[in-house]
Design a protein around this ligand. Structure first.
Ligand SMILES: *Cc1c(COP(=O)(O)O)cnc(C)c1O
Length: 405
């Protein structure tokens, strides 16, 4: 399952960098207001039609200057821990804050409770340790279940249903725990599942069948069911009608509030990464270009997922006259973004524009090799540009020690 398969052909848009993007310093990310709003409207309409509640999973996209754009369409934010919970509470005031973390810490829990409305536990032991405090604070407690239903191949690191997984609670684990601690059931308000990654609603349907068989009786006793993330809702061709059918069926079957917490779908294809060619090389038959942007530092999912991001004006290797391997300036031999074909050779100073760079980028980059963090810009609907933040030497140094001037 290559991630490129699911993305629209960016090359088809022509290969000319829009004028408002040509003058800004690279490397940089550009978030696209119009695309963000378009995604959000689509998500909001699903919520409206089905009565489900949509959350933004901040780990995929947390450029909070843009929260204002998404706010009208969502119920709240989802966090992976204390800092994201705090960010959601601060930057979307009045909206719900949901948290899932595989392990909560005693020394953070009170503060976390002050921000969170829903806290989802990964295991009965964590529920036992903290559940009572959630209830006493008037908040809602949930358990992430493992329906033991793998619907994805190829990406084992994204499959929480793989044998021996540490994510979620299987029915057998739950039964063992309840036999010892019957009070567990009284601590629960909701059930949480998260088993998908960039998947269509047919996989959700398959998952819900397994969920019903394994946990249906438990869910009937709950107030809410959270269907997690990984729903590739804003991808062209995603089967929205089937998703809505799943949501309605769950509400009907179990009489629960249904939440969805996608991350990626909110900001899919809603940002760019601009980078400049620093050098061109030829090694045997291989043409290469060194860019001022790095896969390892600035688009880490290219190596980790892995995937090949779309590049404006370029196609698959061999499709055009010149195929060039694009790599970053770091010491890592494998800091390769991919092979792309162009109608003409690249040259020093050329600007390249990668697409779909709003998700799992700005919130996941790093300063390995002392690489500078790219500035982050917002392109408004009227094509005016606003710089949201910029970075320098102190951002690199500050992560490594006390910032002595
Ligand atoms: C990663 C994650 C999400 C968001 O996933 P996307 O693939 O970005 O939609 C939501 N909930 C949980 C618990 C997650 O771990």
């Amino acid at each position: 399952m290559e991630r490129t398969d699911t993305r629209p052909p960016f090359a088809a848009s022509g290969g000319i960098i829009p004028p408002e993007l040509r003058k800004i310093k690279t490397p940089c990310y550009v978030l696209d207001e119009a695309a963000l709003i378009k995604n959000a409207e689509l998500m909001g309409n699903i919520a409206k039609r089905t009565g489900c509640k949509m959350l933004l999973a901040q780990k995929a996209f947390s450029n909070y200057d843009c929260y204002l754009l998404l706010e009208p369409y969502l119920t709240g934010t989802e966090a992976s821990g204390l800092y994201e919970a705090r960010l959601g509470a601060q930057e979307m005031p009045g909206k719900e804050v949901h948290v899932f973390c595989a392990g909560y810490r005693e020394d953070e829990f009170e503060e976390l409770l002050s921000f969170a409305d829903h806290i989802v536990f990964n295991s009965p032991s964590q529920l036992l340790r903290f559940g009572k405090r959630v209830k006493e604070a008037g908040k809602s407690a949930g358990l992430r279940i493992n329906p033991e239903c793998s619907t994805q191949e190829g990406h084992a690191i994204y499959d929480p249903c793989a044998p021996g997984s540490r994510m979620g609670t299987t029915r057998a684990q739950w039964e063992t725990a309840v036999r010892k601690h019957p009070e567990l059931i009284g601590l629960l308000d909701g059930i949480h599942i998260h088993t998908l990654c960039e998947q269509d609603s047919s996989d959700l349907e398959t998952t819900l069948t397994a969920v019903k068989t394994k946990f249906g009786d438990l869910i009937s006793q709950m107030k809410w069911l959270n269907l997690g993330g990984g729903h590739h809702i804003t991808r062209p061709g995603y089967d929205i009608a089937r998703l809505e059918k799943c949501i309605r069926a769950a509400k009907e079957e179990w009489k629960v509030d249904v939440y969805l917490e996608p991350g990626e779908a909110w900001a899919l294809n809603a940002g760019f990464f601009l980078t400049t060619v620093l050098d061109v090389l030829q090694n045997g038959d291989t043409r290469l270009a060194i860019l001022d942007g790095s896969a390892a530092c600035h688009m880490p999912d290219v190596l980790e997922m892995p995937y090949r991001p779309p590049l404006l004006g370029a196609d698959e290797p061999g499709e055009n006259a010149v195929t060039i391997r694009l790599g970053g300036p770091t010491c890592l031999s494998g800091d390769i973004i991919g092979d792309y074909s162009f109608s003409e050779p690249l040259k020093y100073g050329d600007i390249l524009m990668f697409g779909d760079m709003a998700i799992y980028t700005t919130c996941k980059n790093n300063t390995f090799n002392g690489m500078p963090l790219p500035d982050i810009w917002l392109r408004h609907g009227d094509k005016t540009m606003e710089r949201l933040t910029d970075f320098g030497y102190e951002d690199f140094k500050g992560r490594l020690g006390r910032c002595r001037k």
